[in-house]
Each structure stands twice: as C-alpha cells, then as structure tokens.
Design a binder for this molecule. Structure first.
Ligand SMILES: [Zn+2]
Length: 325
C-alpha cells in the first residue's frame, strides 16, 4: 500500500523475502508533467508484484514513469528497465557501467572474486555464492535507456527540485537526492536508520570506508528535516550520522586489535575473529552469504587501516596477509 509522505510524494514498500533488509522503500514523485520512481526492488516476483500494484494504485503503469536510482545494487535497480520501459533510467556516472554494460559487470565480479580468493575466502564457498548471490541473479537484465547523472545536477519533477549529490562509499556512485526548500533528503543506502549500511571493498575504490566516512561528514552539513532512506524507517538524521561514524571507528579499533593478535592472516581469518550480529555457533557455521558480507566489510576496514599506514598488507603466492605497523 503506497503511503503519501508529503504532497505528491509516495512511499511504496517493496518486500525483500529472505533478505535481512526486509523491505525496500521505493518512492514515487507524481507530477502532472511526469512521474519519477526512485528505486525499484529486486528482479524477482515478490518485488515485481508489490511495486507494480503500488504504481497501479497511484494510477500509473509500466512505461509511465522515469526511474531514478540511488545506486547500482540490485535491490534498488533490479526492476528499473521493466518499470521505465522506453523511458529514462537515471543513475550516477560511476554506477552506470555495472548496470548497462554486461561486460563491465562481468569484469567487476571477476575482479572482486579474485580479491576474495586472495583474502582466503574458500573456493567452494565462492562457487556457492556465484549461484545464490541475489546481487547477481536479481540484477537488471540488459536493455534500458540509462542516462548518467553528475554531482550537483538538478532534476525537476512535480513542482519539486531534486539536487543530485554524489556520496560515494556504499557504492562508487551512491547518490542522495536533496530537496532544499522542503529539507527532504532521499538517502538511498548512504544513511539508514535501524540497520547499518554495508561498506565493502570495491575494485573502483582503494579506500571505500574512508570514502564513505568522508561522504557521511559531507552530508551531515545539510539541514535535513526529513530523511527518506532506502530501507525501513526514518529517524534523527544528524544523530544517526554520529552513530555511524562512531560504529566504524569502533570496528576499525576491533579490526586492528585482531590483526595485532593474529598477525599474518588474510581478511577471511580476521573476519572470523571479529564480532558479528549473526546467530551462528561459530565462524564455520555462518551462512555463506553472511560470510561474504562479513569478509567484504572486514576488507574495507583493513583497506582503511592499510591506506593510513596502521597496517601493512603483503601478497605472496596470491595470498594476502596483514600485519600491524
Ligand atoms: Zn545498497
């Protein structure tokens, strides 16, 4: 059921079955000239049904909306070509290749898996991940009319002005959309409230976590009165940013102390010694997808420490090892 948040702006909840994120928030801005849908859900039946039922209720069908993507992740982008049909799909320049260039997408996955292997992620688990990873299987297919957005660019829809703000970190091209007059910020996955955005390692970003923390400080400067996040509920914007900064500094301390206690290990082993909010008896018992996210997050923290000279990374015979400096 769509819910009107402010005049002409609706939230369409899209369920994400079996996913710890639970729900995606798609937003529709309905003007008389055109309607713009912000984010879509996975390319999967449950998402498809909820999204298009929501749109129908608001008097719109497939092909009657432009789609505006906060970032490339498939829980946001999966249904973009189906929703937009011949209309435009807007996405940041940095996130676009992973969506509209299937070769670039494949190269992205290959390089990322190389890094996971180097970090000690077992080969048979990587193979399982290839089959089950929703980021791959529920991503948008080829096709779709993509248009790149630049930092600072303004889109006008339904009498509102949306300024596109590049906030890299969660993905290389994560964008937030700012309605200055109303004090409303669409935050995508840059700022979430009752869940911590996943910050992983990227081939395109040497220091994804450092980049993310810079983007958090950057967005903190905006006088946001209402934040509209990509998942779940909203909350106190500036307080949440302070919490997220605090969280990552705590995690950096933890990662560094694990490296000190277990020198010469790859990220897979270091992640196994960190604390996670997962109900499993041991690191061995982690579900493979959770392991993938945990190791990715661990890598982004290790990259941060490496770039700042607190940790040294060596790679020998295709295996990474970390040492405290
Ligand atoms: Zn995301």
């Amino acid at each position: 059921m769509p819910e009107e948040i402010i005049e002409r702006i609706y939230r369409i909840p899209v369920p994400l079955p079996g996913n710890p994120l639970k729900e995606l928030n798609a937003y529709l801005i309905k003007g008389t000239d055109r309607a713009v849908l912000i984010d879509t859900g996975f390319r999967q039946p449950a998402c498809r049904e909820a999204l298009f039922a929501g749109l129908r209720e608001l008097g719109l069908r497939r092909g009657e909306v432009d789609v505006l993507l906060t970032h490339l992740h498939s829980d946001h982008s999966g249904l973009a070509p189906e929703a937009a049909q011949d209309r435009t799909i807007y996405v940041s320049e940095a996130d676009r290749p992973t969506l509209d260039d299937l070769h670039a997408r494949q190269v992205h996955w290959d390089k990322l898996e190389e890094r996971f292997q180097e970090e000690g992620f077992p080969r048979h688990l990587l193979a399982r991940m290839q089959e089950t990873n929703p980021a791959r299987s529920m991503a948008p297919p080829s096709g779709g009319h993509y248009q790149s957005l630049r930092d600072g660019e303004v889109l006008e829809v339904g009498g509102y002005r949306l300024q596109c703000l590049l906030m890299p970190g969660h993905t290389p091209g994560q964008m937030c959309f700012w309605m200055e007059e109303q004090g409303v910020m669409f935050t995508g996955d840059h700022v979430l409230f009752d869940i911590t955005p996943n910050i992983t390692a990227w081939i395109q970003m040497k220091d994804a976590l450092g980049t993310y923390l810079d983007s958090l400080r950057k967005i903190d400067a905006y006088d946001v009165r209402l934040a509209l996040p990509g998942h779940r509920k909203t909350g106190d914007f500036h307080q949440r940013i302070a919490q997220l900064l605090e969280h990552h500094h705590r995690r950096l301390d933890e990662a560094l102390s694990v490296v000190k206690a277990h020198p010469g290990r790859p990220a897979y082993d270091i992640a196994g010694h960190m604390t996670w909010k997962i109900r499993a008896n041991s690191w061995q018992d982690f579900p493979v997808a959770q392991k993938w996210f945990a190791v990715g997050e661990c890598m982004s923290h290790l990259d941060y420490l490496t770039v700042r000279g607190k940790v040294q990374k060596t790679v020998a015979d295709g295996k990474a090892a970390y040492y405290a400096v």
